[in-house]
Design a protein around this ligand. Structure first.
Ligand code: GDP
Ligand code: MN
Length: 369
């Protein structure tokens, strides 16, 4: 479970990791009630990275500027996530940007400390272009991450004096946070040099999903796109992927095998929606709207094996809400004849064989290229 920056920074405060003073707002008007000194930094609170590049982080020297930026950021969409909250904090002058993180290395089956003097940019980017600028330390779970480990790591970044002492304090605190809160990632990027001291300018924490139940004190964040939210509110289970074939099926097993079949024939699912057992005409209408709304969808593949779900209900849903994109339907099972007749009247044919249908769906993508 990912924490928002402001939530991660609350945890940081609890572990005495220095952060800027700030407050969270949801409406532009709430800026009036804020008593922080200018300049301020306004930061979009979304669970995706690269907010700075996407225009989700702005400095404001005056209240007028703050209003203007807040107006622009609140409601904007960053990688498909709509910004509903804004962290407003005291802006700082950053003399240098470092990187520090603890992450579970699954291959080594251990927590690993990663640090770099090339902070402020994506660590993946640093790893690709200048891997020598990254210092790593595997942590022996029985020994833990001790101050002397932190000191050694800090030295490898070229730190000394006060900055090295700060680094040791912050790194050991961040390690303790990981241990106690069951974090699988705790990242500070950038770890800034501000007035000669280190400060966590950004904060990213991911709590191990399997351990969330042990931390009643932590917020419960659900990571959902707008469409996933819409599906949830209709009682439909919907998941997004990044291909171009939208998939609707009934039952988790059927849907999973549909994904496999599409992939087998060389197609890429864009998303999938399980209308479940006993889906109604209305469920089917809604399902079509949701899967087809995702940007990049070029073909719709409906795979229904009627049991409790009746083929005629599904067909009526399709007939009442025919999609604007090419569609392939596979329909068999309960009330199959009625379903086929309804579809036929609406101008659609249906397959019985799921593999032939999957192949057709993939071929339709090819035909569009
Ligand atoms: P991210 O883009 O989602 O990783 O968000 P960050 O919080 O890391 O901010 C991105 C960049 O904005 C940082 O690397 C800084 O260069 C800059 N930034 C963020 N906060 C401040 C601030 O208080 N003062 C200044 N001068 N720059 C900031
Ligand atoms: Mn960052």
């Amino acid at each position: 479970m990912k924490l928002h920056e402001f939530q991660a920074k609350e945890l940081f405060r609890a572990y005495a990791i220095p952060v800027q003073n700030g407050t969270v707002i949801e409406r532009v008007d709430a800026l009036d009630g804020i008593s922080l000194p200018y300049p301020l930094v306004l930061k979009a609170q979304v669970l995706v990275g690269g907010r700075g590049k996407a225009g989700g982080i702005k400095l404001a020297k005056t209240p007028a500027e703050a209003r203007q930026h807040a107006q622009a950021i609140l409601g904007m969409s960053i990688k498909g996530e709509v910004v509903r909250r804004l962290l407003v904090a005291e802006a700082v002058d950053i003399a240098a940007e470092y990187y520090l993180a603890f992450i579970i290395d699954r291959t080594a089956r251990a927590l690993t400390a990663i640090a770099s003097a090339a902070g402020g940019i994506d660590i993946e980017e640093v790893a690709r272009t200048t891997p020598e600028k990254i210092a790593k330390a595997l942590i022996d779970p029985f020994l833990g991450f001790r101050p002397f480990h932190a000191r050694e790591l800090g030295r490898r970044l070229g730190l000394g004096g006060t900055l090295l002492n700060d680094f040791v304090t912050i790194a050991t605190a961040l390690y303790r946070l990981c241990e106690r809160e069951d974090a699988e990632l705790a990242e500070i990027n950038p770890l800034g040099v501000v007035n000669g001291r280190l400060l966590a300018v950004d904060a990213k924490v991911i709590i191990d999903d399997n351990a969330v139940f042990r931390h009643a004190n932590l917020p419960k964040n659900e990571e959902m796109t707008e469409l996933e939210r819409a599906a949830r509110s209709e009682g439909l289970s919907y998941v997004e992927l990044d291909g171009d074939i939208a998939i609707i099926g009934n039952g988790a097993g059927l849907v999973m095998s549909t994904l496999d079949m599409v992939a087998h024939f060389g197609g890429k699912p864009a998303n999938f929606l399980d209308v479940g057992g006993g889906a109604t005409e209305e469920n089917m209408r809604q399902a079509i709207d949701i899967v087809a709304r995702k940007p990049g969808v070029r073909v719709l593949f409906v795979n229904i094996f009627g049991g409790i779900t009746r083929c005629d209900d599904i067909a009526r849903g399709i007939a009442a809400n025919p999609p604007a994109l090419p569609m392939v339907v596979r329909l068999t099972g309960t009330n199959e004849e009625d379903g086929r007749r309804i579809l036929k009247d609406a101008g659609f044919d249906a397959f019985i064989d799921p593999e032939a249908a999957a192949q057709r769906a993939v071929a339709l993508i090819g035909a569009q290229a």
